[in-house]
Design a protein around this ligand. Structure first.
Ligand code: UT7
Length: 325
């Protein structure tokens, strides 16, 4: 078995409103609200980095599990906004938490699907060898993308979420997970400059090209709706469940219109789809664990509920997981 024994999340204190964005770029509260459903998002303070956000969420999940950091046997951390270029953020987190000399690794570059992919990997690792795995999704997006590009800047926010998984004794069993990739769409949502194809140099620095997120918003929107809804249906079919068994779907929080379209394709009314994109914007791989942490803490999930997580991100990657509470 693979079960979730602790939930955690963290968002920085600094709140950025749509009107704050309207004072910086050519946008309005109305445009952002109507097109995305986002009203506010959180930004890390100058003295915070990805590691700080991850640490807060991880400590909360470990405490919620009634464990100490030294009880953790493995760390898997999903992020596209790593602490440094190398080594990975998981190395820093292992040390910061005071964990033992355990395996710790990042699952990087999967965009917003990273956490659900990591949950699937953790589940497989636990089934192979009983252990306690800390799984973190963290993003400090606003440090790495341009604040001048209205098409992308207003969509995102910073945050972190985490779970501790163990073979038994949890509040939710991961009964099944599915994942997929369509790499033919890799250029549709990408931060292309700064890697080996377009290395960082003086020209890049002068034009801030390394902070320019390339995105075909409409195509990402379409694919996100199609891939999340079809992967939920595949997940349920393979798990021997139907959509009527599902108490709550927790989708990646990118855009309220995407969430509504997924809910409508699955035939779910609003009460069975969790939404917090209005408060946090798109927090990348932090979005699903943050929403899961909040939904549990708010009492939106009861013992016996079947909860489905689903995410979609750059790659394109998608992943869904079924949790039996
Ligand atoms: O997790 C993956 C990350 N990315 C996403 O999830 C994005 C998915 N896509 C979306 O959420 C939507 O496509 C957007 C919110 C990005 C855009 O909404 P849309 O309804 O697809 O709008 P659009 O791209 O068709 O743009 C409409 C207009 C354009 O102006 P014109 O060409 O019609 O004159 C844009 O230039 O809105 C303009 N626009 C803006 N206007 C005010 C784009 N960004 C802004 C802005 N404020 N921030």
């Amino acid at each position: 078995m693979a079960e979730i024994v602790g939930f955690g999340g963290y968002v920085p204190d600094r709140v950025m409103t749509n009107d704050d964005w309207a004072s910086l770029v050519d946008t309005t509260d109305e445009w952002i609200t109507v097109r995305t459903g986002i009203k506010t998002r959180r930004f890390a303070s100058e003295d915070q980095s990805t590691l700080d956000l991850a640490e807060h969420a991880a400590r909360r999940a470990i405490a919620d599990a009634d464990l100490q950091a030294t009880d953790i046997d493995e760390i898997i951390l999903a992020t596209d906004t790593s602490e440094v270029v190398t080594p990975d953020t998981a190395s820093f987190l292992q040390h910061r938490l005071g964990a033992r000399e355990i395996p710790a690794f990042d699952l990087g570059g999967s965009g917003c699907a990273g956490f659900v992919q990591a949950l699937d990997v953790a589940r497989a690792r636990i089934l192979l060898q009983p252990k306690r795995v800390l799984v973190v999704g963290v993003e400090l997006i606003m440090r790495l993308v341009s604040w001048k590009e209205r098409e992308t800047a207003v969509l995102f926010g910073d945050g972190a979420g985490a779970v501790v998984m163990a073979p038994d004794g949890g509040r939710a069993r991961v009964i099944h997970a599915v994942a997929g990739t369509d790499g033919s769409k890799a250029e549709i949502l990408t931060l292309p400059v700064g890697g080996t194809r377009h290395p960082f140099n003086a020209d890049v620095a002068a034009t801030e090209a390394h902070r320019r997120l390339v995105m075909n918003g409409r195509e990402v929107f379409r694919e996100a709706v199609t891939r999340m809804s079809s992967s939920v249906l595949r997940l349920l079919e393979e798990a021997g469940k139907s959509i009527t068994d599902v108490a709550l779907v927790i989708p990646h929080q990118a855009n309220k219109r995407i969430i509504d379209a997924v809910g409508s394709r699955l035939g779910l009314d609003e009460s069975r789809v969790y939404v917090n994109v209005d408060r946090y914007g798109n927090t990348g791989s932090a979005s699903v664990p943050l929403a899961l942490w909040e939904a549990e803490a708010e009492g939106r999930i009861a013992p016996g509920d079947l909860v489905v997580l689903t995410a979609f991100g750059a790659g394109f990657h998608w992943a869904s997981a079924a949790l039996q509470f």
